[in-house]
Design a protein around this ligand. Sequence first.
Ligand code: B3K
Ligand code: ZN
Length: 860
Amino acid sequence: PSTIYLADYRPPNFSVSHVELDFDIHPTQTRVVSTMTMKRHPQGEAIIVLNGFELTLIAIELNGRELLAGEYHRDEESLSIPCDEFDVTVRVITEINPLDNKALEGLYRSASMFCTQCEAEGFRRISYFPDRPDVLATYRVRIEADKAECPVLLSNGNLELSGELDNQRHFSVWYDPFPKPSYLFALVAGDLSAQSDVFVTASGREVALHLYVEAKDLDKCDFALEALKRSMIWDEEKYGREYDLDLFNIVAVDDFNMGAMENKSLNIFNSSCVLAKPETTTDQAFQRIEGIVAHEYFHNWSGNRVTCRDWFQLSLKEGFTVYRDAQFSADMGSAAVKRIEDVALLRARQFAEDAGPLAHPVRPASYIEISNFYTLTVYEKGAEVVRMINTLIGDDAFRKGSDLYFDRNDGTAATIEDFIAAMAEASGRDFSAFMSWYSQAGTPEVHVTERWDETSGFYELAFEQRLPLAGGRENWKPLVIPIRLSLLGEAGALAIQQAGAESADNTEWVYELDQYEATVKFGPFNERPVPSLLRDFSAPVKLVDTLTDEQLRFLIARDTDAYVRWDSSQKLLLAEIERAKSDSYSLCPKLSEALAAVLADDAADPALRAYSLSLPSEALLQQGESVDPVALFTAKDRVKAAIATELQEQFRTIVAQRVSWDQYQPSAEQVGQRLLQNLALDYVVKLGECSAAEAQFASANNMTDQLAALRSLFRYADRHPMAEFISQWAEDGLVLNTAFALQASARDGATLADIQRITEHQAFDFDNPNKVRAVFGSFGSDNTPLFHAKDGSGYEYLGDMVLKIDESNPQTASRLAAPLTRWRNLAPAYSAAMKAVLERLAGCPTLSKDLYEVVSKSLL
Ligand code: B3K
Ligand code: ZN
């Protein structure tokens, strides 16, 4: 497989201004006729290059004349036509087989419906086309299908025409007036029911909203439609972005590689990311659904109206849109809670990616398969970079910059430079040094040391940034790192005499570290301050400080920044897990006191209290060198048991006084309360006390409480109601997936045969990404004892499954392989066994491009 480089970007020879697409849909033989109005670029070469993959070519015409075999060149992935004219019409007739398409890219069948997924390069599986995001065309799409099988026929834009045909067939014609790249094309045909609503935009445009689902799911539509309307209002108010068509459709699909897709006016969603009702959907899923609905909607501007010049610019739309959806979720619920959840994810998973063999910059310089670059780095770190821009220039300039970016680039395919230029112009700030955030991979460390001079009262903070990769400073430029900070005294935050200190009383300041080393002097003070650093997690860095346990406990108790309070408790818990590797471990009494105080603080947000008492994830623990995952797992379990024992009275009280609501709402208030109650329940079950959990399992009126009870019992008790749960929800595929995931993460005494048994359940399906991820994704990342079994059998098993899935669905396979790429971080015994599996995969002659890239780069 060949490598594509950013540095090689060239505009296309010919672009397409308009395309007429005609689909004659039959399950195994769908005919696609594409008529493209093309124009040669002034500097373009005299050759039309079209991409195409696994297509049956029936005929090709240039300006109305059918081309003979010698008049064009065709290989596995493209078709090119020498052509020295400037304005041409190209017509291509191809045939495809949606039923056999298990890669779930291009046009495929999911249950009884036909649907498409084109980002990034799926359109080339539908027809020959310049399948690149810098070719923007208007589309008219005619769909013809069997009327009984596919009563609903949808594509982008507005419905122009529909009608009946002979042979029980019918058709509809759609026209999308907004020029778009092929990756935003969509088509859906099937037997679907819709729940509908209306939204009136700020300027008075009435937009019809439809959520299309299978009839059995009609009772799971309310929440997503409400979330959509909230997103539409929010984007008008916060970013001045109004919706631009009279129609907005969402379709729920069971077989989908990702969460959802922002096709112009026809968003297609993985059903797990849109269908919801209290009985079957957890609080976390409700919040995820709200965030994803918003994310896809926000793409209408950040992605669709302004798209990306090439796939290296992916973070231009994804980083910005993730930042926008995070701001939205913060506004809809608790900003502090949302921030902590995002930081926890970034640290656990993006930091690991950034330290592993597949580390890449937010704007990668090269790729083999672009699907492998829809990563936490491009999305989540990309969003952190946009957040830093906002922090550095302030809210007003950020909004001005955003307006300028949309105005100036509307209807075009832009680059990250275009985004930064707008932000620079709106703020008057020079971003040249900042740009290294886009080109340097790895998580920087910021080392900070304090110096306190008792006699003068001056207090200094010395900062040093260390960049992560080998090669030293000559290969790296220092980054611009905004460090939001306060200095805390006995009576609260001290006034900081620094220019630009942010808050009205000068107690908070954003320090910009833009050198390798720098020292800042504060004071004089008449007491020694405790520093509160990187408040609200103001930059995606690892802060390495020398704070004592006592200072950390002070921050837990006294800081006003929720992130710093949480982070301080996580630091103490991490240190505690380290200590718990020793058999003679016992819980540090001072930590126990600090945690007890957090738990008892009724004035604080219950969600924040719950997160402060949640142990760091295994993904976080397993970062570092020569890691022994099983030893860490055991140590974490000891800490958990010790906390359960020490704080048992408090946990029991919370469980006994549990609040429940007749009217379930996924509101911040209820979600926080359930989080805390279910955390307490989990600790109580850890002590071996099961009755409260059993009662909760049986009587819960919502999935959050039912699943929480099941999870604790399943993990820590011998008798658990898993079988009951599975039979209760036998008809609900999405709930069964959560049961599969929980079973696959079983830790005590489970065997590989148990995992295999899950895949023999009748509801399991190797072709369905949600099910495959539920079982093998959970196995690889949540089942430490079995996956990291000393004999290497867990690695072998995941390797086998990845190979099996790669035969039909390379995108999903290559993602599932991620846990196998971390061998370099592991202690020698684990490392050798994991590497052996990778080498076996590497030796497979049939690997997809996707999996080849992941495996080969992991072994480099
Ligand atoms: N843009 C899509 C991702 C498509 C991924 C294709 N491999 C979803 C999103 O980020 O909104
Ligand atoms: Zn996105």
